[in-house]
Ligand binder design. Structure first.
Ligand code: HEM
Length: 494
C-alpha cells in the first residue's frame, strides 16, 4: 500500500512538473496584438474550434473582429497576421531588419537543417539569395536570352494540346511538366520528355511536399517524430525530402564529372565554380547540401506557383469567353500568326491586364510565406515578440474593395482607362509579396505567364468540356490557393 502511495506521489509530482513547464512555456505575454482569448497550454485553440476550414474566410472574419493586426496563440507560439497595404509596407519594408527571417520549425531544423533559400535565415540566406539573384540574372531572368528556352517549352506544350484534337483534358500535368522543364533548363541544363517517368515522379513528390500537413507540435517536441508509426507525419516528410534530394543529387554528380570552369552551362555549374573559389575557407556556406536544398527550393517555389497561376488564367478565360475573344483580337492585331515575343508585351495592354487580373483574382499565395520577428519589437503600442510567426496577408490587399471595386469578379478592365490604356494601378497587385523576401523568381514567372498564355490563346479557343462542369472559380486553399481540378477543351483555330 505504501509502495502504491509512493508511486502515485512520484507520478503526480512528475505530472505537476510537466504542467508547470508547459504553463511557463505557453503563458501569455502582456501587450500582444488583440486576438481570440488565449489560455495557458491550449492558447487560442479552444476559441478557434468554431472557425471554418476555409483559411481565407477565417482570417477575413478575424480581421473584421480583432483589427488589421491580430494574433492567434497555439501551444505557446504566437502567430501574427498583418492585413492592409499600409501595415504590410510598415512591417515588411520599413521594419525589414526585424521581420525578414523565417520561423524555425521541425522541417527547417531537422530536415533542411537551415539550408536553401526559401526557409533559411541570417547570413546563409543573405549570401545565397544574392548569389542566386546574380546568377539567375546572368542566365537571362527578365531578359530576352531566356525567351528561346521558354518558347521551346511553350511550343512543345502547344503541340501536345493540339494532338488532343479538341478532346476534354485536365491541363494540370501538361502545364506542370512544361513549366518545370523551364526550371530544369536553367538549373540542370536539360529538359525532360513529358512521358519521362522519373521526372513525373519527382514532380509528384514536390507537389506532395506542399500538401503534407505540418504538425507545429513537432517543432516543440522533435522526439515525437521518432515514435513508432507516423502519427505526426515526420517520417513521410523525411522520406519525400530524401527522394527529392536523391534525384537532384544524381544530377549534381553528373555535373561534377563533366565540370569545366570555362564553360558554365547552368546554375549547378555556376555554384560548383563558386565552390572552388571558397575551397580554402572553412566557414564557406557553398556546400553540396546547400546546393541540393536551393535546387529543391527552385522547384518547390517556382513550378507549382506558375502552374497554378496559368491554370487560373485558363479557368477565368473559359468562364469569360468575351474576355478571351478580346484578348485574341489583340493578339491577332499585334502579333498575327508569327510566334509571340516579349517585346510585344508593351503593345498589348489588354493581355497585360488579363495577366495582372489573373494574379489578383487567382490570389495564389493569400498569406505569402511565414516570416518571424528576429527580436522583440514594439509596434503601434503592441509587443511583437521575438520568435513570433508573422503572416503577410496578401489577400487583404488583393481583395480590398477600396482598391479594387467588386473584387470577387474577374475584370481585367480595372487596370485600363476608357481608351484601353494602362492606368498604372497594377503595382497594388502584390502577389509576389514585398520587402526583402519578395519572390526571387518574379521576372521569370512574368515572362513564362505571358509567353505561355499568349501562345495558347493565339492557337486555340479554350471552351468548357461538354462532359464536365465548367471550371469552378472557387479555389481550394492549401499551401496555395489553387483552382479545383477541371477539364476543358482546346479547339485549334483554322
Ligand atoms: C506566379 C508565380 C509565382 C508567385 C505568385 C510567387 C510568389 C511568391 C511569394 C508570395 C513568395 C513569398 C515571399 C515572402 O516570403 O514574403 C515567394 C518566394 C519565393 N519564390 Fe516565388 N512566386 C512565383 C514564381 C516563382 C518562380 C518561377 C521562382 C523560381 C525560381 C520562384 C522562387 C521563389 C523563391 C526562391 C522564394 C523565396 C525567397 C526568399 O525566401 O528569399 N517563385 N514567391
Amino acid at each position: 500500500m505504501l509502495d502504491l502511495l509512493q508511486s502515485m506521489e512520484v507520478v503526480l509530482s512528475v505530472a505537476a512538473l510537466v504542467l508547470f513547464v508547459l504553463y511557463y512555456l505557453t503563458k501569455s505575454r502582456p501587450n500582444l496584438p488583440p486576438g481570440p482569448p488565449s489560455w495557458p497550454i491550449f492558447g487560442s485553440a479552444l476559441s478557434l474550434q468554431k472557425m471554418g476550414l476555409n483559411m481565407i474566410e477565417s482570417i477575413r472574419e478575424m480581421r473584421a473582429k480583432y483589427g488589421d493586426v491580430f494574433r492567434i496563440t497555439r501551444f505557446g507560439r504566437h502567430f501574427i497576421y498583418v492585413n492592409g497595404m499600409e501595415n504590410l509596407r510598415e512591417i515588411f519594408i520599413k521594419r525589414a531588419d526585424a521581420f525578414s527571417d523565417r520561423p524555425s520549425n521541425y522541417h527547417t531544423e531537422y530536415i533542411l537543417k537551415g539550408h536553401g533559400i526559401l526557409a533559411s535565415s541570417g547570413t546563409i540566406w543573405k549570401e545565397h539569395r544574392t548569389f542566386a539573384l546574380t546568377t539567375l540574372r546572368g542566365f537571362g531572368f527578365g531578359r530576352r536570352c531566356l525567351e528561346s528556352q521558354i518558347m521551346e517549352e511553350v511550343s512543345c506544350l502547344s503541340d501536345k494540346i493540339a494532338a488532343l484534337d479538341g478532346k476534354p483534358f485536365d491541363p494540370n500535368e501538361y502545364i506542370h511538366v512544361s513549366v518545370s522543364n523551364v526550371m530544369c533548363s536553367i538549373a540542370f541544363g536539360k529538359r525532360y520528355e513529358h512521358s519521362d517517368a522519373d521526372f513525373q515522379h519527382m514532380l509528384t513528390l514536390v507537389t506532395k511536399l506542399l500538401i503534407v500537413p505540418r504538425r507545429p507540435v513537432l517543432g516543440m517536441f522533435p522526439f515525437l517524430g521518432k515514435l513508432p508509426g507516423d502519427f505526426f507525419g515526420a517520417k513521410e516528410l523525411h522520406a519525400i525530402e530524401d527522394e527529392v534530394k536523391d534525384f537532384v543529387g544524381r544530377i549534381i554528380s553528373e555535373h561534377k564529372e563533366g565540370f569545366d570552369g570555362e564553360n558554365i552551362r547552368d546554375y549547378i555549374d555556376a555554384f560548383l565554380l563558386e565552390q572552388t573559389k571558397h575551397q580554402n575557407n572553412e566557414d564557406s556556406t557553398f556546400s553540396e547540401e546547400q546546393l541540393v536544398c536551393t535546387l529543391r527550393d527552385f522547384f518547390l517555389a517556382g513550378s507549382e506557383t506558375t502552374t497554378t497561376t496559368l491554370k487560373w488564367s485558363w479557368a477565368f478565360l473559359v468562364n469569360h469567353p468575351e474576355i478571351q475573344s478580346k484578348m485574341r483580337a489583340e493578339i491577332d492585331d499585334v502579333i498575327g500568326s508569327r510566334p509571340v515575343s516579349l517585346a510585344d508585351r508593351d503593345k498589348m495592354p489588354f493581355t497585360d491586364a488579363v495577366l495582372t487580373e489573373t494574379l489578383r483574382a487567382g490570389n495564389i499565395a493569400p498569406f505569402a510565406l511565414p516570416h518571424t520577428a528576429s527580436y522583440d519589437v514594439n509596434w503601434n503600442g503592441y509587443l511583437i515578440p521575438k520568435g513570433a510567426t508573422i503572416w503577410p496577408c496578401l489577400d487583404s490587399v488583393m481583395n480590398d474593395d477600396d482598391m479594387f471595386t467588386d473584387p470577387e469578379h474577374f475584370k481585367p478592365e480595372r487596370f485600363l482607362d476608357s481608351e484601353g490604356k494602362r492606368l498604372g494601378n497594377e503595382k497594388s497587385v502584390i502577389s509576389f509579396s514585398l520587402g526583402r523576401r519578395v519572390c526571387l523568381g518574379e521576372s521569370l514567372a512574368r515572362m513564362e505567364m505571358f509567353l505561355f498564355l499568349v501562345t495558347i490563346i493565339q492557337r486555340f479557343e479554350l471552351k468548357p468540356s461538354p462532359t464536365h462542369r465548367i471550371p469552378s472559380l472557387h479555389g481550394v486553399v492549401g499551401t496555395a490557393h489553387a483552382p479545383r481540378p477541371y477539364h476543358i477543351c482546346a479547339i485549334e483555330r483554322t
